[in-house]
Design a binder for this molecule. Structure first.
Ligand code: AMP
Length: 294
């Protein structure tokens, strides 16, 4: 595995590996913010298994953090990240610094309207603009044929799909299933912030999503009923709800007349447990898959 820092080093490494793999070789790419876990590893393995060259990036992107968010204390472990990326089959690991990604005078921003504005976009106003700007830049540097994102960040995946389509980016966006702890908690770099009692409290998210799915499986299609059940099942004095919604999986909007007429919906939840913001979601039309850490 080659570790690169600058955009020139990255381009040279990808070009060399692409050429070595032969005519028509494809590049798979998984961007991350590091402190890597089995969820990230599942994206890396998918990129490596389905492409000739697998590239991953580790970059804690300042433009997607709000002024009072956890940028300064976001967990970092470059050595652990390097080991995990290597073990998961990554060929080129790109670890740029902030000056490389945002040199002085950088003024261009990429903004997707609509799908980025509700849910996490409502409580984190500039978050998705930071995400789409950095992902567009990462795509510009890596020029991947396929890019791998987790369904764990469901709205992010929807926003990036929209961006790639609207800007005619020559990249296939691949969504990968959420990897969970055995008790259902979705793996997240932010889980390290949780004190032991908070970690127990956090189980309510996946339990709530499973309860909504049971209602859906029983034939309930009323968004307000499903949403109320989701809210009730995560009701806990130790949890502050940011949002709990059951919406259309493509545009992330509530259905007209409160009823899902199509047979697809997604339940999404964002909460604060102490000082830690956690998100989770589940597509109700799919079976609950307990993809556990490898
Ligand atoms: P992050 O480092 O949190 O920005 O995440 C980088 C990528 O890993 C994003 O596409 C996430 O959706 C994905 N990811 C994070 N946690 C998980 C998980 N538990 N299962 C699958 N993918 C994940």
């Amino acid at each position: 595995m080659q570790i690169v820092r600058t955009i020139q080093e990255l381009r040279d490494a990808v070009r060399t590996q692409r050429q070595a793999a032969g005519v028509g070789a494809s590049v798979g790419f998984a961007p991350t913010m590091g402190f890597l876990h089995a969820g990230h590893a599942s994206l890396f393995r998918a990129a490596a298994a389905n492409n000739h060259v697998a590239v991953a990036s580790v970059f804690v992107n300042p433009t997607q953090f709000g002024p009072n968010e956890d940028l300064a204390r976001y967990p970092r472990d470059p050595d652990g990240d390097t080991r995990l990326a290597q073990a998961a089959g990554i060929d080129v690991l790109w670890m740029p610094d902030v000056e490389t990604m945002y040199p002085p005078g950088h003024v261009t921003r990429v903004r997707v309207t609509g799908v980025s504005e509700g849910l996490c976009g409502a409580s984190r106003p500039h978050h998705f603009e930071g995400v789409t700007t950095v992902v567009a830049k990462l795509f510009g540097a890596v020029a991947p044929d396929r890019a791998y994102f987790g369904q764990k960040d469901y709205q992010q995946l929807a926003v990036i799909r929209r961006m790639a389509r609207d800007l005619d980016m020559a990249v296939e966006i691949v969504g990968c299933p959420t990897v969970r702890e055995p008790d259902g908690l979705a793996l997240s770099s932010r889980n390290v912030y949780l004190a032991p009692d908070e970690r127990q409290t956090a189980r309510a998210l996946s339990r709530g999503l499973q309860q909504v799915q049971a209602l859906w499986n029983g034939g309930n299609r009323e968004a307000s009923v499903l949403r109320a059940a989701l809210l009730a099942s995560i009701d806990d004095t130790a949890i502050r709800v940011d949002y709990a919604e059951v919406v259309d999986p493509i545009d992330l909007r509530r259905p007209d007349d409160d009823r899902f007429t199509q047979d697809e919906a997604v339940a999404l939840v964002a909460v604060w447990v102490g000082k830690t913001r956690l998100i989770d979601n589940h597509e109700l039309h799919r079976p609950w898959e307990q993809a556990t850490p490898a």
